[in-house]
Every structure is written in structure tokens, then in C-alpha cells.
Ligand binder design. Structure first.
Ligand SMILES: [Zn+2]
Length: 280
């Protein structure tokens, strides 16, 4: 508790009034200009409507692009200071999962590395001892919503607030630490999300690279995606919950993680939690 997840650029967003993201400001200008032109300039109405439609398409596109910063601050890499420390962040989503997570903890221990678990709060409620063990073994748990709703990116301000604030309360009560980082289900969102995160003191964290390990059951392919240009400051996305299975029926994370941890060791990189890695 108390350690900020926010990078210096993002931490300013967690105090004071909500700063309008550039895309929202530009969007307001487009709407006002369209209303003005449509009303005052003969023949301009179709163009004004076209501009507004295009504007909405761009905003929607930004929401469907997990690594975009157009809708507000979005951490996709650790800061420069982490680069100097040769750090990366392994993030593991959608757990805790009793069949997988304990074995993940053993693998991390065996290599002396740390990870961040973006947990679904209702799964934490179902497996509170496992969640507490994650933290007791030196890892970090952060907010991945209460229920991981599939229509999350279509929610409005109240829907976002209830999914995220409820997760904050469940996690704080269960593990004794209030998260400072948030990740949206599948990384998808809309312009109503950022004001809610700002109010709750949460920073949106996406990733540098992901292995698509909820769909890809071939460990070599997942590893190749994660390790392409692997370097300090990377934030890597994997899953203990909803993990794809190898042809032998193993959750793919359990076969990818040893390869990844070995590669980090060979490259002289260390995996740290997000609160550690985001320290300036
Ligand atoms: Zn997820």
C-alpha cells in the first residue's frame, strides 16, 4: 500500500481535477465547429455530419486499441529509471486460478523473480488464501475489475465505477493493499473510463508485448511473440486464468514461463512488480 503505480507522467493525473485527454478536447472542438458550420454555412450540413461521424469512429478506434494514449494516460513501458536498473515487468491476468497460480508462484520463486497479477476481484473472493499467498511471496496484485465483464468497454461512467470501485474494495479487504494500477478486460475501453480511474487514483497499465496465450496453445509461438526485441522496460502480458492449453493439456503459461525466466537470466534482466518497476 502507498507505493504509487503511476509513472511521473501519469501520476499527475491522480490528483486535482480531471485533465481532458487531447482526443476528448479535439473531439469537443470538432463538435462545436460542426454545429457552427452546419447552422451558418449553406450546404455545409452533410460535411459537418461527416466530420462528427468520423470523429466518433476515431474515438471508438482508440478505445479498441489497447496501447493507445488518445483517451488518457496509458502505461505501456516501465520508465527510463527501470531501464537503468535492467528491469522488466511480467504481468499475469485473469486469476487467481487454483490449478495454475500456485505452480506459477513456484516457478517465479525458483528463478528469484517477481510478477504482477491483475486479478479478477470475484476470483479473489473465491480464493482469498491464494490471493494472500501471491502477496506474501513478494508479488503484487492489481485491479482487473470485479467480474471481467465481456461488455466492459460498452459500460458508461456508473458501470465502470461499480466494476472498478468494487474490485478495489474487495482487493483492499482481502489482501490488505489497495491497488494503484488498473487493466481493462482485453485492454478495451471508451472515453468514460479515464475520469473514473482518475477519481479512484488508478493508473491504466497495458503492455509492451503480449503472447496471445489465451488463444495460442503452442508455447514456442507464445514465447517468440514475447521475446521479440525483449529489452529492459518491457511490460509483458500473460494469463494464469483463461489460459490456452498445450496439445498435452497443460495451461500454456506453465510451459512459457520457464523459457521466459531463463531468457531474462541470460539477458541479465530482472522481473519486478509494477509498483517497483514504475518507481522513478
Ligand atoms: Zn483479462
Amino acid at each position: 500500500m502507498g507505493e504509487s503505480c503511476a509513472m511521473s507522467s501519469a501520476s499527475a493525473a491522480t490528483s486535482g481535477p480531471w485533465p481532458l485527454p487531447p482526443a476528448i478536447r479535439a473531439s469537443a472542438v470538432v463538435h462545436m465547429a460542426a454545429i457552427g458550420a452546419g447552422a451558418l454555412v449553406p450546404g455545409a450540413m452533410p460535411w459537418a455530419i461527416g466530420a462528427v461521424v468520423l470523429n466518433h469512429a476515431l474515438i471508438t478506434g482508440a478505445g479498441l486499441t489497447p496501447r493507445s494514449s488518445l483517451l488518457g494516460p496509458n502505461v505501456t513501458r516501465l520508465p527510463d529509471a527501470a531501464g537503468a536498473r535492467r528491469e522488466v515487468a511480467i504481468t499475469i491476468d485473469d486469476g487467481p486460478e487454483p490449478e495454475v497460480t500456485p505452480r506459477v508462484l513456484d516457478l517465479l520463486d525458483a528463478h528469484g523473480q517477481r510478477a504482477t497479477f491483475f486479478c479478477i476481484a470475484e476470483r479473489v473472493l473465491a480464493h482469498p488464501a491464494l490471493a494472500r499467498e501471491i502477496v506474501a511471496r513478494g508479488h503484487s496484485i492489481q485491479n482487473h475489475t470485479a467480474r471481467h465483464r465481456h461488455n466492459f468497454s460498452f459500460l458508461g461512467p456508473r458501470g465502470f465505477a461499480s466494476e472498478i470501485a468494487r474490485a478495489q474494495d474487495i482487493l483492499a479487504e482481502t489482501i490488505g493493499q489497495r491497488p494503484t494500477c488498473f487493466r481493462a478486460p482485453a485492454g478495451l475501453r471508451n472515453p468514460f473510463l479515464e475520469p473514473v480511474l482518475h477519481r479512484l487514483g488508478l493508473s491504466l497499465v497495458s503492455w509492451t508485448r503480449r503472447g496471445f496465450d489465451t488463444r495460442e496453445g503452442n508455447p514456442a509461438k507464445v514465447m517468440a511473440r514475447l521475446a521479440r526485441n525483449l529489452q529492459a522496460r518491457d511490460i509483458l502480458l500473460l494469463h494464469d486464468g483463461n489460459a490456452a492449453r498445450t496439445p498435452e493439456g497443460n495451461p500454456v503459461l506453465l510451459e512459457v514461463l520457464p523459457l521466459l525466466l531463463e531468457r531474462l537470466r541470460a539477458d541479465g534482466l530482472s522481473a519486478v512488480t509494477l509498483p517497483e518497476g514504475l518507481k522513478p
